[in-house]
Design a protein around this ligand. Structure first.
Ligand SMILES: Nc1nc2c(ncn2[C@@H]2O[C@H](COP(=O)(O)OP(=O)(O)OP(=O)(O)O)[C@@H](O)[C@H]2O)c(=O)[nH]1
Ligand SMILES: [Mg+2]
Length: 334
């Protein structure tokens, strides 16, 4: 892509044209050096026009109804005149080259609404790349006038944390009876969520979901809140009940309205940006270090020194090897 084309994309994007937004995203996802240069120029132009949206993350166990929930909430918001964008972060897409999330079938009503933009997860990008591109995609959407942005992820480990630092408000979607072992894998993220939603609170499941939400609220009340401005909430919801969806959205909205009088949103976003910046830097520096042949050699040597003890993180040999390695790496880079 050349500068003239990028300039055209920029002005069409600012005019809110969906096709320009799609082209801009393709540009920032391109790995061609010439495109990357154009992409940097575009992001510089776009960034001052961003920030005016609710950035909402939705994570949770597979099949808990995240896409259906976004579809229902998003369609209502579009009907009210908002512009809704949906982005998906799929940690497995880098491996499979496909996209299991953000599928338009589950978001059919929303994706066919003229006020919406549904973007499936980018394929064939490494994890760090997914995080970085998603951030830029989010900014492009804001510049194109999208003011309610949902980021969906199944999330495992790092991906969930990447999403946490991309969004203002993070929702964890759970379902009753999914098995504690599945949901237990989500425990790590609990300290970081703003809202836990027991979805599918309908038909035979309604009462159980309500009870789970009450039980979870007690649990959350005992935990240290992620944000000093908001006490995490647990609730039940059903995509089949307009009444429940309305209450659910009001809860989300109350977070943003409680912040709008103050500089809190800016404070939250700055803290998130700093966290993201550190994480990206850490990962890149470590990747670079570990790719060096003599560091690789050091690691192997340390590993074999462990002998039968194995790489158990709490044995003394491991800790000694780790200290020696850290010192050598440190000396190497300084
Ligand atoms: N009864 C009931 N079914 C629901 C509800 N929400 C979603 N479902 C169903 O649950 C299934 C999974 O929904 P999805 O929206 O694809 O779930 P997801 O969490 O996005 O799934 P992944 O993206 O694969 O992790 C679908 O069959 C939905 O129709 C709900 O509120 N009530
Ligand atoms: Mg989904």
């Amino acid at each position: 892509m050349n500068q003239k084309t990028t300039t055209e994309i920029f002005s069409s994007l600012c005019a809110g044209e969906r096709s320009a937004l799609a082209r801009a995203i393709t540009l920032i996802e391109s790995t061609r050096p010439a495109d990357q240069k154009e992409a940097r120029w575009l992001m510089e132009k776009v960034t001052p026009l961003t920030g005016d949206s609710y950035r909402i993350g939705i994570t949770g166990v597979p099949g808990s109804g995240k896409s259906t929930l976004i579809n229902a909430l998003g369609t209502t918001l579009c009907e009210q005149g908002h512009k809704v964008a949906v982005l998906a972060v799929d940690p497995s897409s880098g491996i499979s080259g496909g996209s299991i999330l953000g599928d338009k079938t589950r978001m059919f009503t929303l994706s066919t609404h003229p006020n919406s933009f549904v973007r499936p997860s980018p394929s064939r990008l490494e994890l760090g790349g997914v995080a970085r591109r998603t951030r830029n995609t989010l900014l492009l959407c804001e510049a194109a006038g999208y003011n309610r942005i949902f980021v969906e992820t199944v999330g495992t480990g790092q991906t969930e944390f990447n999403v946490r630092y991309l969004v203002d408000f993070l929702i964890l979607v759970l379902i009753t009876g999914a098995g504690d072992e599945v949901q237990g894998s989500k425990r790590g993220i609990l300290e970081y969520v703003d809202l836990v939603a027991f979805n599918k609170a309908d038909e035979n499941n309604e009462q159980k979901a309500n009870q789970e939400a009450v039980r979870f609220q007690q649990y959350l009340d005992m935990m240290q809140a992620y944000s000093s401005h908001w006490k995490p909430k647990a609730t039940s919801v059903s995509c089949h009940s307009l009444e429940k969806l309305t209450t659910f959205w009001k809860l989300i909205e109350s977070f943003f309205t409680s912040l709008s009088d103050s500089k809190h949103l800016t404070t939250i976003r700055t803290a998130h940006d700093q966290e993201r910046f550190e994480q990206l830097l850490k990962r890149e520096v470590l990747d670079e270090l570990f790719a060096l042949p003599d560091v690789k050699f050091l690691i192997n040597k340390a590993f074999y020194r462990l002998g039968k003890l194995g790489a158990d993180t709490d044995n003394e040999a491991y800790i000694t090897a780790q200290t020696i390695l850290a010192e050598k790496i440190f000396k190497k880079k300084c």
